[in-house]
Design a protein around this ligand. Structure first.
Ligand code: ADP
Length: 501
C-alpha cells in the first residue's frame, strides 16, 4: 500500500485520490445538509414548545402581578422555573428585573439572582411591552440558549386560550410586566455531535471501500496494460508470437483486441515483405540460371561448327539444337517481358465480347496436334448455352493454351486431358483436367509463383521456365476472375478458371 502512495503518479494513486475526494465531498455535503436540517427542526420544535410555556407563565404570573403580590409572583416563578427547567426572569411595568430564577445556577439560594442583564436589547423589551411575543437565540458561554419573552397583560380578553395574546391594536390590554424564559439548547449540540461521529465512522468505512475499489479497479486496468506494454516491447525486439489474452469486453478488451490484430497484421506484412525480398533476390539468380543453359549450348555448338570439328551431314542436327535454344531463349524473354508488364500494371487488355465455345475450340485446336503426337487422348466438353464472355481473346486463349500444354506435358502417353466449359451463378468456368503425375499438396501454394518448378529434375531439358502459371494467374485476375487447383500425386490435376460472364 505504502509503495503505491510513494508513487502518486501511478494509476492506483490517481484512482484512490479521486475516490477519496468523492467520499470526502459527499460526507461534507451530507453532514452540512443533515446538521442544518436537524438543527432547524430541533430549534423550531423547541421554539414552539417554549413559546407555549412562556405564554402560560405570563398568564400565571399576571394574576399575582395584578394584585402586586410579589411574594406570590416569586413563588409561582420559582415553581415554573423548576418544573420547566428554564431560567425565568420577571420584569415589572418599568422594565426592571424583579426576579431571576435559574434552576441550573450554582448558587444554593434557590438560584435567585437580582442583578443581571435580561439578554434583550432595549428595542426588543419595548417590542414585548407593546404586547408582543419575542423569540431569540442567545449565545451563552457554553451553550446556545433559546430566549422567549412574553408580555404580562393586565386584563385577559375573552378567549379560550388563557395564554393568548391579543395583538389587535384597537383593544390592546395594559402590559404590566414581562416574563422571559431562557432554556439551553442542549439536545441540538448532542445530536449534532452524534451525527458528526456517525459521519466520521461512515467516512472511515467509505474510505476503506474506496481504497479496496480503487485497488481492484487499478489492478483490472493495469494488468492488461502491462501485458500490452510487455508484448509491445517483445514486438520491438522482433518477437511477434506473444498474443495477449482478452479478459474483458470493455474498452480495455477492445484495445487488447486491436493490439492483437495490429500485431497479426504487422507480422503478416513483415512476412510478405520477407517473401517479396527473397523473390526479388531470387529473380536475378533465376533469370541468369534460365539463360545460362541455352546460351551455353548455343555458344558451344556454334564454336564447334566454326572450328570445323563437325561433319557436314551432322551440321543440320546441331543447327537445329541452336535454333531450339534460341526459340526457348526468345520465349523466355517474351515471358519475362509479359510478366514484368503484368506486375507493373502496364499490360492493358483489348476487351470484346467473346463466344465461350469459339474460345474453347480455338484453344483446343491449338494444342491437339501436340497432344496427339504424344499419344494423349484430348477431350472437349462444353455445356450447352454458355453465356458470352467479355475479355481479351488473345490473352484468354493464352491462359487456356498454357494450362492445356502443362496438362499434356505432365501426362504420360495414353493419358487423358479434358477441357470443360461450364457456367455457374453468372460465371464462366473452364476446367483443364489431366490424368498426369499430379502435384504434391505442399507444393500447391507455390506453383503460381514465377520460376517455381515442382520437381526440378522432372524435366531438365524441357522448355518450361516456371513462368507459365504466374502469367496465367495474372491474366485471369486482370479479367476479374480467379484460378484454383486441385491435385493428387499419381492421379492427376484440375485447374479451374472462373471468369465473370
Ligand atoms: P513451366 O513453364 O515450368 O511449366 P509453370 O508455371 O507452367 O511452369 O508451372 C509451374 C510448375 O507447376 C511446373 O514446373 C510443374 O511442376 C507444375 N505443374 C503445372 N501444371 C501441372 C500439371 N498439369 N500437372 C503436374 N504438374 C504441373
Amino acid at each position: 500500500m505504502i509503495r503505491f502512495f510513494n508513487k502518486p503518479r501511478s494509476l492506483f494513486g490517481k484512482l484512490i485520490f479521486s475516490h477519496l475526494i468523492v467520499v470526502a465531498l459527499s460526507m461534507i455535503a451530507i453532514g452540512i445538509f443533515l446538521s442544518y436540517m436537524i438543527e432547524n427542526y430541533f430549534i423550531t420544535t423547541r421554539e414552539w414548545e417554549v413559546t407555549g410555556h412562556a405564554r402560560d407563565a405570563a398568564y400565571l404570573i399576571g394574576e399575582d402581578l395584578k394584585k402586586n403580590d410579589l411574594d406570590e409572583v416569586e413563588k409561582t416563578a420559582e415553581t415554573l422555573a423548576y418544573s420547566l427547567d428554564a431560567k425565568i426572569r420577571v420584569l415589572d411595568a418599568n422594565h426592571i428585573i424583579q426576579f431571576t430564577i435559574d434552576p441550573d445556577a450554582e448558587d444554593d439560594e434557590s438560584g435567585r439572582e437580582q442583578s443581571e442583564e435580561v439578554g434583550l436589547e432595549e428595542r426588543e423589551i419595548e417590542h414585548v411591552f407593546q404586547g408582543n411575543m419575542l423569540t431569540k437565540k442567545v449565545y451563552g458561554p457554553v451553550l446556545q440558549r433559546l430566549l422567549v419573552a412574553a408580555p404580562v397583560l393586565e386584563e385577559e380578553i375573552e378567549e379560550e386560550d388563557p395564554g393568548g395574546v391579543n395583538e389587535n391594536e384597537g383593544e390592546e390590554p395594559q402590559v404590566i410586566g414581562a416574563v422571559t424564559l431562557s432554556v439551553p439548547l442542549r439536545g441540538v449540540e448532542e445530536t449534532l455531535a452524534y451525527i458528526s461521529q456517525l459521519m466520521l465512522y461512515s467516512g472511515g468505512i467509505g474510505v476503506a471501500i474506496a481504497t479496496v475499489l480503487a485497488f481492484s479497479l487499478s489492478k483490472t486496468l493495469t494488468r492488461p496494460l502491462q501485458k500490452i506494454n510487455r508484448a509491445a516491447l517483445d514486438m520491438a525486439a522482433g518477437n511477434f508470437k506473444s498474443k495477449i489474452e482478452e479478459e474483458s469486453d470493455d474498452e480495455i478488451g477492445g484495445v487488447v483486441k486491436t493490439f492483437n490484430y495490429s500485431v497479426e497484421q504487422v507480422e503478416k506484412y513483415l512476412e510478405e515483405q520477407k517473401r517479396l525480398e527473397m523473390l526479388r533476390r531470387n529473380l536475378v539468380a533465376n533469370v541468369s540460371h534460365e539463360l545460362k543453359a541455352p546460351l551455353a549450348s548455343v555458344r558451344g555448338f556454334s564454336e564447334l561448327m566454326l572450328d570445323g570439328f563437325i561433319d557436314e551431314d551432322e551440321k543440320k542436327k546441331y543447327l537445329k539444337v541452336i535454333l531450339d535454344n534460341s526459340v526457348h531463349l526468345s520465349r523466355l524473354v517474351d515471358d519475362l517481358l509479359t510478366l514484368s508488364h503484368l506486375e507493373s500494371g502496364q499490360l492493358s487488355l483489348e476487351k470484346q465480347e467473346i463466344s465461350v465455345n469459339d474460345l474453347a475450340a480455338w484453344s483446343f485446336d491449338s494444342v491437339s496436334p501436340r497432344g496427339e503426337a504424344k499419344g494423349i487422348n484430348l477431350k472437349l466438353d462444353l455445356e450447352p448455352e454458355l453465356p458470352a464472355l467479355y475479355g481479351d481473346r488473345h490473352r484468354l486463349h493464352e491462359v487456356l493454351v498454357n494450362l492445356l500444354n502443362n496438362a499434356i506435358e505432365y501426362t504420360p502417353p495414353d493419358g487423358e486431358v479434358f477441357l470443360r466449359g461450364k457456367h455457374y451463378q453468372g460465371q464462366v468456368i473452364f476446367e483443364v483436367e489431366d490424368t498426369g503425375c499430379g502435384i504434391p499438396e505442399e507444393e500447391l501454394p507455390y506453383i503460381f509463383e514465377r520460376f517455381y518448378k515442382v520437381d526440378k529434375s522432372r524435366r531438365r531439358n524441357a522448355q518450361g521456365s516456371g513462368l507459365g502459371l504466374a502469367i496465367t494467374k495474372h491474366l485471369v485476375e486482370l479479367h476479374g476472375g480467379n484460378i484454383e487447383v486441385e491435385s493428387k500425386v499419381g492421379k492427376g490435376s484440375t485447374f479451374r478458371v472462373s471468369l465473370p460472364g
